[in-house]
Design a protein around this ligand. Sequence first.
Ligand code: MG
Ligand code: MG
Length: 256
Amino acid sequence: MDWERQVNIKNPAEIAIMREAGRINATVLATVRALLQPGVSTAELDAAAEQVLKKHGAVSPFKGYGHPPFPSSITVSINAELVHGIPSATRLLNEGDIVSIDCGTYFQGYVADSAFTAGVGKVSPKAQKLLEVTEKALYEGIAKMRPGNRTGDVSATIQQYVERHGFHVTREYTGHGVGREMHEGPQVPNYGKPGTGVPLRTGMVIALEPMVLIGTHRTKILADKWTVASADGSLTAHFEHSVAVTEGEPLILTVP
Ligand code: MG
Ligand code: MG
């Protein structure tokens, strides 16, 4: 069965473990965020993340994933790079960069998945607006994650919010269910129509992840076969949380 179709409803005990995984993931991201300054290599960020995971008895589901196997525990994507950037000892952060950090935590058989984008030092007003719109789009989407809504309601909310601010959402990369596997159903694109898609049910856990581009929605894959960048070289941003659908408020798992 394709992963997009495999929707696994989690019971409260599973969600409790995923909440722990999410807490660890938040600690990893906070650690990396504190290191973002000019001159730091993206490999140093990865090493710091790996240390935090190890301390908590967790590993990254990213390492060894896919073809060719992803070599690192986190992805670091700078400026035009949208997602899946490979950390490197020779890639240094510069003042004014915007850096997207994506991390997964595999803990006691479950995965948490979360990402943020932040500036290095002072960034341009346009970059600052991109960060704010992308992060707010994530929270607008999360607010729609209630039983009775459909995935299309979440997707449409993200798309409308982003496009209202003059930016674009990616088409090729989507949010997804998360649980024992990093990628489960349902797929939750960052574009869509209200009232369509998979009905949301209590116990679903979804990694919602707006990926936003300033210029157009088009992307390209770089020569390393992993890094996804905007086709036109314009700035991009990415925010993600793993969120459980409950009978009440959506429960964000990837927070401290
Ligand atoms: Mg992620
Ligand atoms: Mg994800």
